[in-house]
Write a protein that binds this ligand. Structure first.
Ligand SMILES: [Zn+2]
Length: 281
């Protein structure tokens, strides 16, 4: 999955640093990320290469992976296309490695979007000041502090003995099979989110909800909680057609190949395929 970068390690502790020559620069134009993308994968620029373009004061330290430090560029300049570097959409770079650079690029995108959308206080309209103590925005006049937005959401592998329910989105750019998924709503637990999303999207009641694993999904500022659940009696699917164009029960041996290694969804599909002993027969 996108967060699995061993033997490398991701250090997200809040620190304040000034950029140096070999530090990586993460620059974005909305959801487009500045990189050199080739058959060899993602190459990110370092400060030395962009010195004449980016202002030092517009670079904010974000995190490090092992000893490599990453800075977010918040200046207003649109960087030149040069030496193979350009702004690339997520849909194009999402299946490229190395995994730690994919993780860095997407976590950077999340932070960059958060910085860009919190320049002013939502209560009093004052300018934001970055906290020097923690990863937060402070609004001095009304004393409000705002932290990075992380939205909890669920992915649910719904099973019926040796079958798994796979879905396809109606309108999303992602065209392959997925599992039922959705964001948590106000006033509900994550388990209630899972049951509600299953009922809304495919019209099924489920029982024996089992937590599997979680995954950060920085490109949509989400934290995904993966569950498996068994259908409770009637397996007849009623699709929510605004969201889904397909919902199909697949027998274990007929489940289509997954090709991606970055998502919890695909790991869960493979887990169901490869661990029949973990599911009711
Ligand atoms: Zn305020």
């Amino acid at each position: 999955m996108i967060q699995d970068i061993l033997p490398r390690r991701f250090y997200n502790e809040f620190e304040v640093h000034t950029v140096t020559e070999d530090d990586v620069v993460l620059a974005y134009d909305g959801k487009l990320a500045y990189m050199n993308l080739s058959m060899h994968g993602i190459i990110l620029p370092v400060y030395r290469e962009l010195k004449n373009e980016v202002e030092k004061e517009a670079l904010t330290y974000a995190f490090r992976i092992d000893e490599t430090r990453y800075f977010i560029y918040e200046g207003s300049r649109h960087l030149e296309e040069q030496n193979g570097f350009s702004y690339i959409p997520w849909s194009e770079y999402r299946e490229y490695g190395p995994m730690h650079e994919l993780l860095a690029t997407t976590v950077g995108a999340q932070l960059s979007e958060w910085y860009a959308s919190h320049k002013y206080c939502g209560c009093c309209g004052e300018n934001m000041v970055k906290s020097e103590k923690e990863r937060a925005m402070c609004y001095p006049s009304c004393k409000k502090t705002v932290y990075p937005t992380i939205s909890p959401s669920v992915i649910v592998g719904i099973t019926n003995k040796d079958e798994l329910l796979l879905t396809k989105y109606a309108n999303a750019p992602y065209k392959l099979y997925a599992l039922v998924a959705g964001y948590s709503e106000i006033g509900e637990s994550i388990e209630e989110t899972a049951r509600r999303e299953v009922m809304e999207e495919v019209g099924l009641s489920v029982k024996n909800l089992r937590y599997y694993k979680s995954q950060p999904w920085p490109i949509s500022s989400a934290m995904l909680f993966g569950f498996f659940a068994e259908v409770d009696e009637d397996p007849t699917i009623t699709l929510q057609e605004e969201e889904l164009k397909e919902g199909t029960w697949f027998k274990r041996e007929d489940i289509p190949e997954t090709t991606s290694t970055i998502s919890l969804t695909n790991e869960m599909i493979e887990y169901f395929r490869n661990h029949p002993e973990q599911f009711e027969q």
